[in-house]
Design a protein around this ligand. Sequence first.
Ligand SMILES: CC(C)=CCC/C(C)=C/COP(=O)(O)OP(=O)(O)O
Ligand SMILES: C=C(C)CCOP(=O)(O)OP(=O)(O)O
Ligand SMILES: [Mg+2]
Length: 270
Amino acid sequence: MSGDILYNLYERRLAARLDPARAPHHVGVILDGNRRWARAMGFGAAQGHKRGADKIAEFLTWAEQAGVRVVTLWLLSTDNLSRDPAELSPLLDIINRAVEDLAATGHWRLRLVGAVELLPEPVAQRLRAAVAREAHDEDGAAGSPDGGDGALAGSTAMEVNIAVGYGGRQEIADAVRALLRERAADGASLEEVAASLREEDITDHLYTKGQPDPDLVIRTSGEQRLSGFLLWQSVHSEYYFCEVNWPAFRRIDFLRALRDYSRRERRLGR
Ligand SMILES: CC(C)=CCC/C(C)=C/COP(=O)(O)OP(=O)(O)O
Ligand SMILES: C=C(C)CCOP(=O)(O)OP(=O)(O)O
Ligand SMILES: [Mg+2]
């Protein structure tokens, strides 16, 4: 039997054995290892990022098929903004194009989660425009990523958070700033804000406001760290670290993550 046939059989068996009722509602992904993948292939960093970007729509389709309702994709950290401009500039363009392509399918509900204002203005503008166009398409006709008659981006479409210029500490600082400004505009004194501050007030001002916390966070490339991803929201998240570099991530890697997740016992401190 050829490798492809065996792979397909294994993939189908893994998928069939997963209980959709145990699927994570929100999956966060740290798409790591683009440059290591590129180096191993004898390519430059930009080709690694490009191949990584090409994997995104495919991944979202797998997640949707598995019953996931929210996906957060970490495409650029605040720390990544200090990378060499020779790498950063093509990477920002690749991210812009990737988000425009996702928006053009009209298939997902996109949300920018990150300090977009820290990005070069033209990049930020393109990102905002792509996501705004997608939101507009919600009541119009748009096809599925494969060009078929898939679900339209409406209230039932999977939500996809695009984390660009995202840093966990930055997000919490932004949330506190927004909260303080809001309360100040209502005429509250600093002492009144301090006395009444609850955890939920911070949660309600995060980039992810209104969304459930991630149940499962996947990081590719073998690194076992968070690097600040969804710092506030990941208190009870399950982590899955996968050795494969992001551009080489396959559906069976994702299905294995889901299988692993379905076997975990989440106690939430109880
Ligand atoms: C369009 C996409 C997919 C964007 C993700 C950008 C990014 C910083 C990926 C991580 O790989 P890396 O650059 O950190 O590579 P490595 O970990 O191998 O150094
Ligand atoms: C995947 C993204 C977008 C950010 C985290 O990966 P990095 O590669 O930048 O993080 P470190 O390994 O340096 O912590
Ligand atoms: Mg990396």
